[in-house]
Design a protein around this ligand. Sequence first.
Ligand code: ATP
Ligand code: MG
Ligand code: MG
Length: 355
Amino acid sequence: MSRIWVLGAGQLGQMLKHAGMPLDLDVRPVDIESEETFPLQSHEKVTAEREQWPETAATRQLSAHPAFVNLNTFPVLADRYTQKSLIDKLELATAPWQLVENDTSAEDLHAALGERVLLKRRTGGYDGRGQHWLREPGQDAIPDDWHTQAIAEQAIDFDEEVSVVGMRGEDGQCYFYPLTLNLHVNGILLGSVSPLARLAHLQDEAERMLGTLMNDLDYVGVMAMECFRVGDHLLINELAPRVHNSGHWTQAGANISQFEAHLRAVAGLPLIAPTVKNTSVMVNLVGTERNNDWLSVPGAELYWYGKEVRPGRKVGHINFCLSHPAATQAALDQLEPMLPASYGIVLDWLRSQLN
Ligand code: ATP
Ligand code: MG
Ligand code: MG
């Protein structure tokens, strides 16, 4: 049995472990806070479920391991400044941006980027945390400790948000899942749908962009690219060098999930183009208590992460991959009263995509 160590033991690490079982891959997620060391053998691969980690005995040991796949990619993508610089270097479309320097003022940013400017902390932000809007030229200001620690982006008046999950093998061969349509509310992903015929004309552009990035980084494994759709084009929002929440539907909707794809690539096993079944939907469970009634909904595939429930925290997701859109509609109707009322907009949005 080969063993793969995962830096990070959150839900992504657990789902990698789950995906390793049928292939007899012994996946070992490691808590980044651990002060233990682990019996790491020189030939065993290390991967990560997150792009940044604190200095602990565990992370020092894993990140010093010679077989840490993509080790050099993490610092580049974990810092929005180097990530956006890479996207620019490769001449890929992205929201206009600049670094917030020591002497940058809010007026400078409005002059360069427009009336609505989004500041994003260079590191550590997720689920929309670490963001600060400048929307009132002449009245707003950059928070003090954001100078040099943030980038500023032009607000994009996008039509919708999509993402693509791709994989690249050791031989450089890339494969992609179809584009996923995503609903974010207040910066947090609440629902996804894939594939959608009306997005198919954007697939080549998405693959070219993500393929260019993975090739430039000589990346091995699964990478996700979040985009804004503006008319018939994509603008890159951000990249994640790992399995991604917007790819969770692949657990139900593809012959190879994103988790298995990542493990295959990291382990040097064959990759193939994933085949996709019916249109899948994913409902993210955020800050909501577990309800076993969800399991009574036909087609519901629940992943419950076993974490303490806190407001705004991702605690699980439910996938559906039913053979008819009408069946998915009916399942979402049945699910609705089992979720907090705030999910109404998510379920309405999902149902509207299936029409
Ligand atoms: P994630 O949890 O996906 O890692 P994050 O906190 O790293 O998210 P982003 O993905 O950069 O942050 O932004 C979160 C959301 O904020 C986006 O999905 C989008 O809805 C909105 N957003 C980000 N950048 C812009 C922009 N330039 N213009 C308009 N909206 C934006
Ligand atoms: Mg992010
Ligand atoms: Mg994001």
